[in-house]
Write a new protein. Structure first.
Length: 682
C-alpha cells in the first residue's frame, strides 16, 4: 500500500500548477490580521471551489479581550501607503516606499498625521541604551539605529518622545547570510501586537547599502538629516480568517495538514510555498479519490491555511472536540526553496520527543522513498539530486502547537533551512523551485492518505522502519556528545578534572541512550493510534521493540568503548562511575514542587506584556545565570502536572544534556509569575 500510494500521488501532483499557486499567494501582503491576508484566504477559497473541494472560511475576532488558550487576539492593521523621503542638498531621495517594497515599512506601524510630516532623522548608534540619548534632542524626530525594534522604540518613542524609528537591521545567519550578501535587501520587521499597542510607533526599514550611506553622511559632520515621513495606516477591530478544506472520510476521525498563510508580500518561500503546495496536495488527493484511483479514506483529511501560531491557537481552542479525534498532522513551512540559490536543505523535522508519536517516522519513510532518484551503474544504490536530512524537533512554526503533549497530535514539519533570503524583501518567486514543491507536496499528500487509511500491515511496516532507523539516531546523538566532551577530556588541567569530565560524559551517554530507547519504544506503541491491533501487528511491534532494546545495549557498550579510547584507557572497565549531581537545597525543593500548566498548548507571549517589575526579574535571572536557560518550550512539554521539578530536570538532562537544578527551579518559579504555571507541593 505504501509504495502504491506514493507512486500515485507523485504522478498526479503538478509542480508547475503549485508554482503558479505560490506566485498567486505571494502577490498579497499577508500580515496577520490584515486585509491582505484575508484576500489571500479568499484566493484559496476560490481555488477550492473551482476544484469542487469542500471548504469553509472561518472568521475569528481580531480585537482585544478575546483569548484562545493563552493566545490573546489583537486588532487588525491595514496600511494603504507609506514613504520616507530624504530632503538633503535640495534633492528628494525616496528611501522607503510601501508601494514598491512592503518590508520597507515596519509592519503594524502607527500612522503619521494625515498628509505626513517633515522632520529630521537623528543617528544614535546604540539606541537600546538610555545613556546614548544624553544630550540628544529626539522629540518629534526619527531615530536611526540598528537592533531590536521593540527595544529601540521603547526608549526612542515612549521615553524620549521620538516620532518613530528608522533601522537598517539585517539579521545574519553565517555562513549563508551576512550583511554584505544582501546589500539591497530589507529585513521583515514588525511591531508585534503588544509592541504596537504599547508604542504606537511608526518605523521604516532601510537596506544595508542605504544604512551605510546614511552613516557616512552623519560621519561627515551632519547631526540631523531632513526628511519627509508618511504612513497611512490604521488599527481597528476586525477579523482573522482560517481556511479549512476537507476530503470526507468514513468516520469522524481526522488527519490534518497546516500551512501558515501570513507574512509580508512577497514572502514567496515563507510561506507562500507551503500554502501553494498544500493547495495542490488537496487537489491531488481529491482527484485521485474522486476518480477511484485511491479508495475513499477511513478518516477525514483536513487542510488548514492560517496565520502562523495565532491561527492554530484559534482553530484548536474553538474545536477542542476534534483534537481527540485527530490522529496525525503535518506542517508545511518554507518548503519551496531553490537549493542552489537559497543554500538550503530539505528537512523532515520530527515532532517533540516529549509526546510519543509515529508522525516523524512516517514522513521520513516517504522522504527516503522519494529521495531514490538516480541509480549507480550497478543498480545497487540510489542517490538524490537534492539535499535532505531528518532532524530532531526545533520548533518555530505551527507544529509546535499541535504536537504539544497537552494537545497531543503527532505533527512533523517539512521545511528548508537555512535560507539566504529568509525574512527579507529578497524572498521572491524566482527563489522557488517547482521540484521542491513537488517533493513537499508528494510527501504531504502521501502522509495524509496513509495516516487516513493505514492497515495493520502498514503499521507493522512502519514499526520496522522506526526500529531500523533507531541506531542511526542514537549514533548521531553519541557523536554530538563526544564532540562536545572531547576538549574537556583531552585538555583537562589535572587528573581529577579529567576523571570528572569522563564521569559526566559517561552519565550523559548512558542517560541519552536509555532515554532515546524508551522514547522510541513509546513511539512504536503509538502506532496503535493509527490502526486497530491484530496478531500480526502485535508480533511486529514486539519484534521492533526488542530490536530497539538490543540496539540500545550494543550502542551503550560501543559508546563507552569509544570514550575509553578517547581518554587513552585500555578498556571501558577503567572508566570512572557515572557522575552523580551533588545534593543541594535547590534539589531538595525541586523534589517537592510540581509545576502545573495553566493553559493548554504552549504559552504565547504574542499580544501580552510583562510588567516592568517582572521584566526586571527576568533581567536579574539572566544576569545571575550566564549559561543559556533550558528551552521554555521543552520545559512546558515535560510539565504534565505530575512530574516534579526534579523529574523534569532528569528528562531535560536526558534529552538535551542541560543540568542545573538551581537554575531550573528559579526558572520554574519565574515562569509561574509569568502565568505559565501554577505550583503545588507534594
Amino acid at each position: 500500500m505504501f509504495q502504491k500510494v506514493v507512486s500515485l500521488v507523485k504522478g498526479e501532483f503538478q509542480p508547475q500548477a503549485a508554482f503558479n499557486d505560490v506566485a498567486g499567494i505571494a502577490s498579497f501582503h499577508r500580515v496577520q490580521c490584515s486585509p491582505g491576508i484575508r484576500d489571500a484566504a479568499m484566493y484559496i477559497g476560490s481555488f477550492l471551489d473551482k476544484h469542487g473541494i469542500e471548504k469553509e472560511i472561518m472568521s475569528f475576532p481580531a480585537k482585544s479581550g478575546v483569548k484562545w488558550w493563552s493566545q490573546e487576539s489583537f486588532h487588525e492593521w491595514s496600511c494603504k501607503d507609506a514613504e520616507l523621503v530624504l530632503l538633503e542638498d535640495g534633492k528628494r531621495e525616496r528611501l522607503c516606499s510601501f508601494q514598491e517594497t512592503k518590508t520597507s515599512v515596519l509592519q503594524r506601524s502607527a500612522p503619521t498625521p494625515q498628509g505626513g510630516v517633515t522632520t529630521s532623522i537623528v543617528y544614535i548608534e546604540n539606541a537600546t541604551d538610555p545613556k546614548a540619548y544624553e544630550g540628544m534632542d529626539v522629540k518629534g524626530k526619527l531615530v536611526f539605529s540598528r537592533g531590536d525594534v521593540s527595544e529601540i522604540a521603547a526608549l526612542a518613542v515612549d521615553r524620549f518622545g521620538a516620532l518613530g524609528i528608522v533601522v537598517d537591521t539585517l539579521r545574519e545567519h553565517p555562513p549563508v547570510r551576512e550583511r554584505c550578501d544582501l546589500p539591497d535587501g530589507r529585513q521583515y520587521l514588525a511591531f508585534w501586537p503588544a509592541d504596537a499597542t504599547t508604542h504606537k510607533a511608526l518605523g521604516f526599514v532601510l537596506s544595508p547599502r542605504q544604512g551605510e550611506r546614511l552613516r557616512k553622511m552623519f560621519a561627515s559632520g551632519k547631526t540631523e538629516l531632513k526628511a519627509f515621513a508618511r504612513v497611512d495606516s490604521a488599527f481597528y477591530e476586525g477579523t482573522m480568517e482560517v481556511v479549512s478544506a476537507v476530503i470526507p472520510g468514513e468516520t469522524d476521525e481526522e488527519v490534518v495538514a497546516t500551512a501558515h498563510l501570513c507574512h509580508p508580500e512577497p514572502s514567496a518561500n515563507d510561506n507562500a510555498s507551503g500554502s501553494g503546495t498544500l493547495m495542490e496536495a488537496a487537489r491531488t488527493l481529491h482527484r485521485l479519490i474522486n476518480e477511484g484511483r485511491l479508495p475513499r479514506p477511513r478518516r477525514t483529511i483536513r487542510f488548514l491555511w492560517l496565520p502562523e501560531m495565532t491561527g492554530s491557537y484559534a482553530y484548536l481552542a474553538t474545536h477542542e472536540d476534534k483534537i481527540q479525534k485527530t490522529v496525525a498532522a503535518i506542517n508545511l513551512d518554507m518548503v519551496g526553496e531553490n537549493q542552489d540559490l537559497c543554500k538550503s536543505t530539505f528537512i523532515v523535522e520530527k515532532p517533540p520527543i516529549a509526546h510519543p508519536g509515529f508522525g516523524g517516522d512516517l514522513a521520513e519513510a516517504i522522504l527516503r522513498y522519494l529521495a531514490k532518484e538516480v541509480p549507480n551503474f550497478g543498480g545497487n544504490h540510489w542517490s538524490s539530486l537534492f539535499r535532505w536530512t531528518v532532524s530532531p524537533f526545533s520548533g518555530g512554526s505551527d507544529h509546535y502547537v499541535w504536537a504539544d503533549p497537552s494537545v497531543g497530535v503527532t505533527c512533523p514539519m517539512l521545511i528548508q533551512w537555512p535560507d539566504k533570503f529568509y525574512h527579507t524583501s529578497e524572498d521572491t518567486i524566482d527563489k522557488v523551485d517547482p521540484k521542491m514543491l513537488w517533493l513537499a507536496g508528494s510527501i504531504t499528500a502521501s502522509y495524509l492518505y496513509l495516516a487516513a487509511t493505514a492497515t495493520p500491515q502498514d503499521a507493522s511496516y512502519l514499526a520496522g522502519e522506526m526500529a531500523t532507523r533507531f541506531s542511526g539516531e542514537v549514533d548521531l546523538a553519541i557523536s554530538n556528545i563526544m564532540d562536545k566532551a572531547m576538549s574537556s577530556i583531552q585538555d583537562a588541567p589535572s587528573h581529577d578534572s579529567k576523571l570528572e569530565a569522563l564521569a559526566k560524559t559517561r552519565r550523559t551517554l548512558e542517560k541519552r541512550i536509555r532515554f532515546l530507547a524508551d522514547r522510541k519504544k513509546a513511539d512504536i506503541e503509538s502506532l496503535l493510534r493509527l490502526t486497530p491491533d491484530s496478531e500480526a501487528f502485535a508480533a511486529g511491534r514486539k519484534k521492533a521493540v526488542e530490536f530497539v532494546e538490543a540496539s540500545a545495549g550494543f550502542l551503550t557498550e560501543k559508546a563507552l568503548d569509544n570514550l575509553a579510547l578517547v581518554a587513552g584507557l585500555g578498556s571501558a572497565s577503567e572508566l570512572p562511575a557515572p557522575w552523580d549531581p551533588p545534593t543541594s537545597d535547590a534539589a531538595v525543593e525541586a523534589r517537592s514542587l510540581v509545576p502545573v500548566r495553566v493553559f493548554r498548548g504552549p504559552f504565547s507571549g504574542i499580544a501580552r506584556e510583562r510588567t516592568p517589575e517582572l521584566e526586571a526579574e527576568f533581567k536579574a535571572f539572566r544576569e545571575k545565570y550566564k549559561e543559556p536557560a533550558p528551552s521554555i518550550t521543552l520545559l512546558q512539554y515535560w510539565a504534565d502536572g505530575k512530574r516534579t521539578v526534579m523529574d523534569i530536570a532528569d528528562v531535560l538532562e536526558s534529552e538535551t544534556g542541560f543540568r542545573n537544578d538551581e537554575m531550573l527551579l528559579d526558572l520554574v518559579k519565574l515562569q509561574a509569575k509569568n502565568g505559565i504555571f501554577k505550583l503545588k507541593t507534594v
